[in-house]
Ligand binder design. Structure first.
Ligand SMILES: *Cc1c(COP(=O)(O)O)cnc(C)c1O
Length: 228
């Protein structure tokens, strides 16, 4: 159905218990005018993993790709010229109307798209990040690895505090000792020491980024030593 407001029961589970997951990827216009996606199967694989953690049925990867391809055929004229992109937001939520704390027996899956420019206010340049040593985002055994609303709700207040201090984003430390680097609000982090590229290992509390995986693959190919 075309983009528009959804009608939902006030008792829909997602509104009370946050049973929700989402993905984020982009469509790029190539120099010769084609519309390209970057490893979209990985996004739908991660959506399926997240669904499991949030007690929702995993959408088959092929179904997600099929839905996205059909939508992009309709929306292709909205894909802007580089460096702008068409942002793609698949998401799924439990909307059974019932107030008991249990998994929704009904879920809704949607994809919305929107032309977009730079993510940060600072534009395409470097971002200023604040090392957060008071609040934590996730712990092992939680659902830090899932793109689920709760992980972002928990980051809003620390993000606003960092903003007030003049920073774009928060760098999260581990949730137990607050000593080990985990990741930034919406991106994984790497450190380059001479020819060694170091990044936190995904042990359940960080998002297993597709950019992260690609950077590791490229670094190996460039002859850098990579350490997780
Ligand atoms: C989406 C996201 C990332 C990056 O994932 P990509 O697959 O590279 O886009 C990293 N960390 C967090 C917390 C995220 O939400």
């Amino acid at each position: 159905i075309p983009y528009g407001p959804l009608s939902m029961d006030p008792a829909a589970k997602v509104l009370h218990y946050g049973q929700e997951i989402f993905e984020g990827l982009k469509a790029y216009r190539s120099g010769d005018g084609r519309v390209l996606l970057f490893r979209p199967e990985d996004n739908f694989r991660r959506l399926a993993e997240g669904a499991e953690r949030l007690s929702m049925p995993p959408l088959p990867v092929e179904t997600g790709i099929e839905a996205l391809t059909a939508l992009l055929k309709l929306d292709r004229d909205w894909v802007p010229e580089a460096p702008a992109t068409l942002y793609i937001r698949p998401f799924m939520f439990g909307d059974e109307p019932a107030l008991g704390v249990s998994a929704s027996r009904n879920v809704t899956f949607c994809i919305i798209t929107s032309p977009s420019g730079a993510y940060y206010e600072s534009g395409w340049g470097p971002v200023r990040i604040y090392v957060e040593d008071k609040y934590v985002r996730a712990v092992r055994g939680g659902f830090g690895y899932a793109k689920t609303g709760g992980n972002y709700a928990v980051s809003l207040y620390p993000g606003e505090e960092a903003h007030r201090k003049g920073y774009d984003q928060v760098l999260w430390l581990d949730g137990v000792e607050q000593r080990h680097v985990e990741e930034v609000g919406a991106m994984n982090i790497f450190f380059l020491f001479d020819d060694e590229l170091v990044t936190p290992a995904p042990q359940g509390s960080i998002l297993s980024g597709i950019t992260r995986k690609s950077v590791l693959q490229m670094a190996e190919r460039m002859g850098l030593r990579t350490v997780e």
